[in-house]
Design a protein around this ligand. Structure first.
Ligand SMILES: NC(=O)c1ccc[n+]([C@@H]2O[C@H](COP(=O)([O-])OP(=O)(O)OC[C@H]3O[C@@H](n4cnc5c(N)ncnc54)[C@H](O)[C@@H]3O)[C@@H](O)[C@H]2O)c1
Length: 256
């Protein structure tokens, strides 16, 4: 690793598992001090402990992005570690209930975690980035925020709106040096997709089918998402803002 993120603190929200966990490890290996935040406090602690065991710097924060006081506390903890320059918005829940069967409660919960959560974290965190001369916000969107799939109305709506929320933040805070971008992975070999497919009668068949449907004939990897996150968090991307980087093997570009 090359120390691309030395002397900056990164808050990774949703860092207890999946892509957030992978990003937390990558950032720490690049020299960042990482605040690993998650509603799953023990999970966040396990990730932070593993990072420290590798000789890097991390602390865990238990916080629920649906609770404003929790979000403000986790941002304060991260800001207390040094110059907070990076926010990763990875916490999310998935929902695959058809629109006509979707309850108010489930709709509201998905929107609260996947869309209002990122809003709350940016609202609390961006002033700290500005105070340190700017920084980078990296939201985890999805292919399903760019083009939809049958049966995911709440998740697709939340991820689609997240793109415009990030564009809004990008233009509003660009003068203060804050960059805001979305990473939009398709199915990867970790996290939500693996959990979702694990509930199928034949998980491996589902994974193979999804991989075959991708132009590259495979799933994405957590490492590939980590590479893109390091690029966006670092000074290698200082003119990149308000954009969506699809990490999908070309999937969203294809009509059929
Ligand atoms: N894994 C994939 O294939 C894939 C594909 C496209 C997009 N994404 C997106 O990437 C991001 C990470 O997904 P993942 O696959 O790593 O999922 P994951 O379930 O492994 O990680 C999500 C984390 O968010 C946390 N979380 C959930 N609700 C929370 C809340 N209210 N407050 C705080 N933390 C909460 C969970 O505890 C979990 O640790 C998500 O935004 C997801 O939509 C993932």
């Amino acid at each position: 690793m090359t120390g691309l993120l030395r002397e900056r603190v990164a808050l990774v929200v949703g860092g207890a598992s999946g892509l957030g966990e992978a990003i937390a490890h990558r950032f720490a290996a690049e020299g960042a001090t990482v605040a690993v935040a998650d509603a799953n406090g023990p999970g966040a602690q396990t990730v932070a402990d593993a990072i420290v065991a590798h000789g890097h710097n991390a602390v865990a924060v238990e916080a629920d992005v649906t609770v404003t006081a929790d979000v403000e506390r986790m941002v304060a903890v991260a800001a207390g570690l040094g110059p907070l320059r990076v926010l990763v918005l990875s916490a999310a829940v998935e929902s695959s209930v058809p629109l006509v069967d979707l309850s108010d409660d489930e709709w509201q919960h998905v929107l609260d975690v996947d869309l209002t959560g990122p809003f709350r974290v940016m609202r609390a965190g961006i002033p700290h980035l500005i105070a340190h001369g700017g920084g980078s916000v990296i939201a985890l969107g999805s292919t399903l925020g760019l083009t939809v799939a049958p049966g995911y109305p709440a998740y697709c709506a939340a991820k689609g709106a997240l793109v415009n929320l990030c564009k809004q933040a990008a233009i509003d805070y660009a003068p203060q040096g804050v960059r805001v971008n979305v990473l939009a992975p398709s199915a990867t070999d970790t996290g939500l997709f693996m959990e979702h497919s694990a509930r199928a009668p034949d998980p491996e068949a589902v994974r193979a089918m999804v991989a075959r449907a991708n132009p590259m004939r495979r799933l994405g990897t957590a490492d590939e998402v980590g590479d893109a996150a390091v690029f966006l968090a670092s000074d290698m991307s200082t003119y990149v803002s308000g954009t969506v980087i699809a990490l999908d093997g070309g999937l969203a570009a294809r009509r059929l």
